[in-house]
Design a protein around this ligand. Structure first.
Ligand code: PEP
Ligand code: MN
Length: 453
């Protein structure tokens, strides 16, 4: 029988509002915010309930060990970088990585971008000092501006409208690219061959690339025209972002006419960040009531008891594919911190997808002053994640990475041997450092090697 002393709070799209919420901006003009959110609530949904349900079904396959999740994109998207070329290049590198991982895992890869909505950031400090002037920290283009002036850093509700429209145009591009031939398997593989041919340590990946070529040749030898078959020339590509700004998420939440269920139609998948995952707070409560597939970051302070409570709140019906736990421990902690948590969900019979975010536990400030990560640390955390699953007999469901399709210099290492002194060359991120296109693809080849071992 349910414990009557703690009655379940009734969920509505606005029932989060009287709960404590971390990391939400304080707007100087609440009436303006109210008016913007009212307008947004009358706008068309960005994604449809049926698409979110499809992603839950795809993630249920991941949960059963029949598919692998690749989730990736910017730490913080910006309105200025949402042009066609940058979006195309991000999709391109994710598709390239997906082919390599498909080969490595011998399984379909479920592709989810941190894209078309990743515009709001939690920050460790609410303010910062720039040139001796104290101002609010940048919290993503959805909230304030990156340029460091007091005025620009003031939260501005009209940015939420820009977030909606920029997300819509990015989604429009993604839908066109993924159905219009850009995702043709043989073409994506040809890009990978170019990469292998041009990369300093390309021969390391040559065998895998030629194995994939042989598989494609086999398909055409038996009469399958890869350029024309829908299975090979279009892909399911989903969107996701951290559900930080609950007013915005609420405004995009709609009741599905088929099932009566509520869906947050701002993205297919939403996740809860490490800083907003308090059990009885607003972010967890809000996402507990929408029927999208959801994620939750799980850092090294999580205990097995707290995790099981969280899993019960977020996935009370134990639906496979509904909940993805995104482990972000850091390379040195993953080996000790993750196994007890895997054992807890395993022993309690919880249907959850476990994926590895090897980025957020491995960030440090280099001597040059740039916030960075080292390619080898990222890879080491992924190896530790696989090792933990192996020892617990659980399923490593996938990876969640910060990356870009551009040739930036934000993370150290990789074949290009990016060093501290190189970081200043093209350090373009608005927030955390991203693997560049070559580092991302190399990472995919190395993860594929780990998967085949
Ligand atoms: C992020 O994914 O950009 C992020 C802020 O991660 P976390 O919540 O795990 O710190
Ligand atoms: Mn980040």
């Amino acid at each position: 029988m349910a414990d009557m002393s703690t009655p379940q709070r009734t969920w509505t799209p606005s029932s989060w509002m009287d709960l404590p919420a971390e990391q939400m901006p304080e707007y100087p003009d609440p009436d303006h915010l109210k008016q913007v959110l009212e307008t947004l609530s009358t706008q068309p949904p960005l994604v449809f309930a049926g698409e979110a349900r499809d992603l839950t079904a795809d993630l249920a396959r991941v949960c059963r060990g029949e598919a692998f999740l690749l989730q990736g994109g910017d730490c913080a998207e910006t309105f200025d970088a949402a042009g066609a070329d940058a979006t195309r290049d991000k999709l391109k590198v994710l598709l390239q990585m997906a082919i390599v991982l498909t080969y490595g895992a011998s399984m379909p890869v479920v592709k989810v971008g941190r894209i078309a909505g990743q515009y709001a950031k939690p920050r460790s400090k609410p303010t910062e000092s720039v040139g001796g002037v104290e101002m609010a920290s940048y919290k993503g283009d959805a909230v304030n501006g990156l340029a460091p002036t007091v005025e620009n850093r003031r939260p501005d509700p009209s940015r939420l409208e820009r977030m909606y429209h920029t997300s819509a145009s990015t989604l429009n591009l993604l839908r066109a690219f993924t159905s219009g031939g850009f995702a043709d398997l043989s073409r994506v593989h040809a890009w990978n061959q170019e990469f292998v041919a041009g990369s300093p340590q390309g021969q390391r990946y040559e065998r895998m690339a030629s194995d994939i070529s042989r598989a494609l040749d086999f398909l055409s030898a038996v009469g399958i025209d890869i350029g024309r078959e829908a299975t090979f020339n279009s892909v399911d590509f989903y969107t996701s972002h951290e559900a930080l700004l609950l007013g915005y998420e609420q405004a995009l939440t709609r009741q599905d006419s088929l099932s009566g269920d509520w869906f947050d139609c701002s993205a297919h998948m939403l996740w809860i960040g490490e800083r907003t995952r308090q059990l009885d707070h607003a972010h967890v409560h809000f996402l507990s009531g929408v029927s999208n597939p959801i994620g939750c970051k799980v850092g090294p302070t999580m205990t097995p008891e707290e995790l099981l409570e969280l899993v019960d709140v977020l996935n009370p019906d134990n639906i496979p594919g509904r909940l993805t736990l995104i482990s972000r421990m850091g390379k040195d902690k993953v080996g000790d911190a993750l196994p007890p948590l895997l054992a807890a969900t395993r022993d309690a019979g919880k249907n959850v997808v476990w994926v590895c975010d090897p980025c957020h536990g491995n960030t440090f400030t280099a001597e040059s002053g740039y916030k960075t990560r080292h390619f080898d640390d990222v890879l080491a955390e992924i190896a530790g994640f696989f090792g933990a699953h192996q020892s617990e007999g659980t399923i490593p469901g996938g990876v969640h990475m910060e990356l870009t399709g551009e040739d930036v210099t934000e993370c150290l290492g990789g074949d290009q041997q990016i060093a501290d002194l190189d970081l200043s060359q093209r350090y373009l991120t608005a927030c955390d450092p991203r693997l560049n296109n070559a580092q991302s693809l190399e990472m995919a080849f190395q993860v594929a090697e780990l998967l085949r071992d």
